[in-house]
Design a protein around this ligand. Structure first.
Ligand SMILES: C[S@@+](CC[C@H](N)C(=O)[O-])C[C@H]1O[C@@H](n2cnc3c(N)ncnc32)[C@H](O)[C@@H]1O
Length: 358
């Protein structure tokens, strides 16, 4: 039997979630063709995995635990300390085509942070050399935007994994991290989770269409108010449901109505545009709640968190998302649902769910 060509995929993830990341990628691949190439061992807490597939492909947007998806072409494991440039240039010059962007990346670990001091200095050197050779495009932004990216990922200072990413099947952010800054007025760091979710799940035009001044949102588990703050700053009126206090500017804000009630029992008086939910609860319980809200027509769009259990994390998320899908399908609701473990998510994943037209 003829052997199919093997492709290695380099996937970045949150350190500690390598097993979930591999498990999920293999499952996606097996749905296309059941036979998978042999898998290398996972390095726990390394912040990345390499998955070898036969002729299956991976869809970045449908992977929850993948921060970035890179097709791996070469690895060099003993870069000379005095000249790392030459061996990298040699390898990159064998790759077909040109590249729009060069990203030098490291794992999101303490070791990675140490290596990033080096990559920051090395970036300009490698970029200049690649431009001189015509490998890295030097043209206008529009041209660069249509070419694949070149990734040089340094697990440590003496090794590099060299790969490419397709702009439509990857994250548009270095290290797959859509960084957020902490707004001084926001009452909690959780605010960055919602701002990241908005940036990751919606492009600019969707943000403008779906998050408009004058809309109404319900925030379940709102205190101290980081998520509510993201909504009111966009001019959205918020009913904030939590037995705990809202803090800072939100304690007495004209766009915020604070209701001290159990979020699982709260019923809106009128349908709202948005339901956001950050209550620390079992994923299955949150899934039922979200299904109920959409089935009752109480909201059109939602961003919510599913907290991960200690074990069988992928199974728990699968079952929660499966429950929501089943409920919406039974109700004949058309929808789009995307889930990701965001940079600001620790033991949780964030889900965006929106009704779509027929
Ligand atoms: C992680 S915090 C939310 C942080 C908030 N999103 C922010 O940005 O500041 C979880 C909140 O959910 C609330 N909570 C947990 N269970 C709840 C319930 N059944 N009903 C209402 N609130 C609940 C807690 O009181 C807590 O304030």
């Amino acid at each position: 039997m003829e052997k199919s060509p093997q492709t290695d995929w380099l996937i970045y993830c949150r350190p500690g979630f390598e097993q979930d990341c591999v498990q999920e990628a293999l499952r996606q691949a097996r749905m296309q063709k059941p036979v998978i190439a042999e898998q290398p061992l996972i390095q726990p807490c390394s912040g990345y995995v390499i998955v070898s597939l036969n002729d299956q492909s991976l869809n970045y947007h449908q992977l929850i635990f993948a921060r970035q998806l890179v097709q791996l072409h070469h690895s060099i494991s003993s870069l000379p300390e005095r000249d790392r440039l030459t061996p990298i240039l040699e390898v990159v010059s064998t790759l077909p085509g040109k590249f729009g962007t060069l990203w030098l990346e490291v794992p999101d670990t303490n070791e990675g942070k140490l290596v990033s001091n080096f990559t920051r200095r090395f970036q300009a050197l490698l970029e200049t050399a690649l431009r001189r050779q015509g490998i890295l495009e030097d043209q206008a932004q529009e041209m660069r935007n249509s070419l694949p990216r070149l990734h040089c990922f340094f697990p440590d200072k003496s090794s590099v994994l060299i790969g490419t990413s397709n702009l439509r099947n990857s994250a548009d952010a270095i290290m797959g991290i859509v960084r957020q800054s902490m707004p001084a007025e926001a009452p909690s760091r959780s605010t960055m989770k919602l701002s990241e979710a908005i940036a990751v799940f919606m492009d600019r035009s969707q943000q403008a269409r779906l998050l408009r001044q004058g809309m109404h949102a319900v925030d379940l588990g709102a205190a101290p108010g980081g998520w509510t703050w993201q909504l009111i700053k966009r001019g959205i009126r918020v009913t904030a449901v939590d037995n705990g206090p809202m803090k800072g500017p939100l304690a007495n804000h004209p766009l915020v109505q604070h209701i001290r009630q159990d979020g699982f029992k709260f019923v809106p008086r009128k349908a709202v545009d948005w339901l956001v939910c950050d209550m620390v609860e079992k994923p299955s319980r949150v899934a039922t709640l979200i299904g109920d809200w959409f089935a009752a027509g109480w909201c059109k769009h939602s961003i919510f968190n599913l907290k991960l259990p200690m074990k069988q994390r992928l199974t728990a998320i699968d079952s929660a998302l499966g429950e929501i899908r089943k409920r919406l399908d039974e109700e004949g609701i058309n929808y789009l649902m995307v889930a990701k473990q965001l940079y600001h998510d620790r033991e949780e994943v964030t889900v965006f769910l929106t009704r779509t037209k027929q």
